[in-house]
Write a protein that binds this ligand. Structure first.
Ligand code: FAD
Ligand code: NAP
Length: 334
């Protein structure tokens, strides 16, 4: 029987800082440990966790939680323009970004300061400031839970799209991501500076990747709550993408509505809708809406997961009854 910790508090394992317990918990560094723990799991439920920055726990977890801590950064291939790295799922994402900047490798600079671990990056195809993870993604090594074996999934098989992938859809709960391979650029680096706020803050039109990352880190530090001080899970909702027809109706009601044309419709910033309804800075007990970014729900003290979820539902209902838009949650609720 493989040993694991029992009835531990998850407060330090989720950035919302929700104080619930898990019946079983263990940190895992290798596939052989994973094999044994999954084989001997006495409970019906299993949850794989990274840094806990995209989860909301609403009750005690009645199963086994495995936190994937597999480390390592390995160069696996290169030519004169690009390099491919294999990175253990347990590496911290932002530390990886800092490492690539030191090595002068381009591709991750716009994704600086995103919390969490590398293994979770493909799950919701993390994105920020005009760049998404799929722009560097090559493949990932996964542990297939039902068949108890490791396999390689190519990028094309993972169907990454806006905050989405097979890991959130048809393959939900089927795989443990053990490592990912990404391809980065050697100099001269292609840059992504189209996202308005970056352009307006950067002084130079041809900045270095280190300058781009520095700018993004300073914007994020200014606008987003640090989970160490204020519990949160980043954006609670995805930005809705609506049809041209629905957008035209909305625009009549809201002439100043910001919008971004995408290949599959028109993206509307959910934060703008939520702020327009007066929720920015709103507080109900210890559950709140961040005063600088209305898409971020916060734990202002000892909020329960249920109280954060009930605030989310209140916002969802108001947005739907006012604008006819169903907000989709980005945070994984358990
Ligand atoms: P967790 O929260 O631990 O897990 C998330 C989901 O992935 C869970 O369903 C879990 O079961 C699953 N999972 C995790 N690891 C594995 C694995 N190895 N194998 C299989 N399944 C796994 N996201 C963005 O996209 N862009 C941002 O700019 C951004 N900014 C944020 C800012 C703040 C302040 C915070 C708190 C969050 C932000 N996020 C952002 C959300 C979050 O950081 C990302 O989704 C991140 O990738 C989650 O990583 P994690 O390791 O914490 O995952
Ligand atoms: P912002 O700059 O205030 O913009 C609001 C929204 O408008 C963003 O969510 C963004 O969509 C969209 N947007 C702005 N400029 C755009 C452009 N030029 N092209 C297309 N879409 C544009 O956003 P913010 O809240 O400060 O966040 C900045 C970036 O960090 C965003 O990319 C955001 O996704 C990311 N972020 C994500 C999380 C998370 O938890 N997921 C948390 C914090 C920040 P997109 O979100 O699609 O980019």
């Amino acid at each position: 029987m493989t040993l694991f910790q029992r009835d531990i508090s998850l407060k330090n394992y989720n950035t919302f800082q929700i104080d619930v317990t898990s019946r079983g918990f263990e940190k895992v560094e290798s596939s052989s440990e994973l094999d044994e723990l999954i084989r001997d799991n006495p409970y019906d439920q299993l949850l794989v966790l990274g840094g806990g920055s995209n989860v909301l726990f609403t009750k005690d977890f009645q199963g086994l939680i495995l936190q994937i801590n597999k480390k390592g950064i390995k160069k696996v291939w290169e030519n004169d323009k690009k390099i491919r790295l294999e990175i253990g799922a347990g590496e911290n994402w932002h530390e990886l970004v800092l490492w690539t900047l030191e090595e002068n490798l381009g591709g991750l600079e716009n994704l600086a300061l995103i919390p969490g671990n590398v293994g979770a990056a493909p799950i919701q195809n993390i994105g920020a400031y005009g760049v998404e993870f799929d722009s560097v993604f090559h493949s990932c090594r996964v542990y297939d839970i039902a068949n108890k074996k490791e396999l390689e999934l190519r990028k094309e098989e993972c169907h990454l799209s806006y905050r989405n992938s097979i890991f959130k859809q048809q393959a939900k709960g089927m795989y443990v991501i053990l490592s990912v391979q990404i391809e980065l650029f050697k100099p001269p680096h292609p840059l992504n500076l189209e996202y308005g706020v970056i352009k307006s803050i950067l002084n130079s039109s041809s900045p270095t990747i280190q300058e781009v990352a520095k700018t993004i880190i300073s914007i994020r530090n200014e606008k987003l709550p640090d989970p160490k001080n204020i519990g949160n899970g980043g954006s609670f909702f995805k930005n809705p993408i609506v049809s041209d027809k629905q957008f035209n109706i909305l625009q009549k009601q809201l002439p100043k509505l910001p919008h971004y044309i995408q290949s599959n419709g028109i993206k509307i910033p959910a934060a703008w809708l939520i702020e327009h309804l007066g929720f920015k800075g709103y507080r109900k007990g210890d559950a709140g809406v961040h005063h600088k970014q209305a898409l971020v729900l916060v734990n202002l003290g000892n909020a329960s997961g249920i109280s954060i979820l009930s605030l989310a539902k209140e916002i969802e209902e108001k947005v739907f009854s006012t604008f006819g838009i169903s907000l989709e949650r980005e945070v994984n609720v358990y």
